[in-house]
Design a binder for this molecule. Structure first.
Ligand SMILES: [Zn+2]
Ligand SMILES: [Zn+2]
Length: 326
């Protein structure tokens, strides 16, 4: 049995897709690339596409934060950004055999980009289905009820057909939810935001979005250090470049280099960066990737020059629809 993580929404702040004219220019670039790579025939299109990196063709996605963590038997959902709509469609298609749940939704915080999709999670409207919300916020129930309220949404909470339950979590205290052990830790974000350490099948996933990563050293992280320890995959906020991070202090988002520093120290084998800026197009995320590679290689070189070894970290920028098996 494996622990699987699927990223249904990786955009930050606001759902955002390039404008039609930007897509048209992008498609022109792909077509030019097809012919300049030596292909010339329609029968070669599939081969060309299979060889390409998915986000270089299709982009990183428009939907905001929603991550599914699942085993063969059960599932957790982290946040209800606009990505939860596609997850909901997939659940309702019947292929999972779980149209009535119970569904377990962990809330990190309540900024718009993490709640905007919740009213479109169809199980809320199905008689007999069961939806459980979890969060550290003591007013969790009022916060969720407030999302289903006129005139922002036409169906008030009282008219939902599902049985909805609320579970207020204690900071840093593990809880068992079906196959998972879930522990909330504080991130560096306004209002605030709670990350989750999720353990199952002998594997550990650390969800660290949204965070500015202002605390990096073990001493600074203090009681929240365990979020980053013994982790197989860390999902980390990398909305900004390093100079942008300096300009946007206290905005609550980070840069990939900060996540890499933590990963190298804590020997985290795999890192995915996300919360892509709503204005970031494919080329900009690729530029973040180039800067991250430069930083990673310089850290490795610096260590090698001093006869030290740093652990290898496999890292990338997440795109919508990406699925990882641990
Ligand atoms: Zn966010
Ligand atoms: Zn936020």
């Amino acid at each position: 049995m494996s622990l699987n993580i699927k990223f249904w929404g990786v955009r930050g702040s606001l759902p955002s897709s390039p404008a039609p004219t930007d897509w048209t220019n992008h498609i022109e670039g792909i077509l030019r690339n097809f012919f300049s790579s030596g292909y010339s025939d329609i029968s070669q299109v599939s081969k060309f596409i299979q060889k390409a990196e998915i986000p270089l063709l299709g982009g990183y996605g428009a939907a905001t934060t929603c991550v599914e963590v699942h085993t063969a038997r059960c599932q957790l959902i982290i946040d209800g950004g606009s990505g939860i709509r596609n997850l909901s469609e997939s659940l309702m298609s019947g292929t999972t055999g779980r149209t009535k749940g119970p569904f377990h939704i962990l809330m990190t915080h309540f900024h718009w980009d993490h709640v905007i999709g919740l009213p479109f999670f169809v199980p809320h409207f199905i008689p007999g289905s069961e939806v459980h919300y979890y969060g550290v916020q003591s007013d969790l129930e009022q916060l969720i009820r407030g999302i289903f309220r006129r005139p922002y949404f036409p169906v008030p909470f009282e008219e939902l057909k599902a049985r909805v339950y609320f579970h207020v979590l204690e900071p840093r205290k593990p809880v068992k939810i079906e196959d998972f052990t879930v522990t909330p830790y504080l991130l560096d974000h306004p209002d605030p935001c709670w990350g989750y350490k999720i353990q199952s099948q002998g594997k550990t996933y650390a969800h660290c979005v949204d965070t500015e990563g202002t605390r990096v050293t073990a001493l600074e992280l203090g009681d929240d250090l365990p979020l980053y320890q013994g982790v197989d995959l860390m999902y980390f906020d990398a909305q900004y470049t390093l100079p942008e991070l300096a300009e946007k202090a206290n905005w609550g988002h980070s840069a990939a280099q900060v996540g890499l520093d933590i990963a190298l120290r804590e020997e985290i084998g795999q890192v995915l960066f996300a919360h892509h800026d709503p204005g970031a197009r494919i080329e900009q995320v690729q530029e973040l990737k180039r800067q991250t590679r430069e930083y990673y290689e310089s850290r490795q070189r610096f260590a090698a020059d001093r006869n030290q070894t740093l652990p290898a970290v496999s890292w990338d920028f997440a795109y919508e629809g990406l699925e990882i098996k641990l």
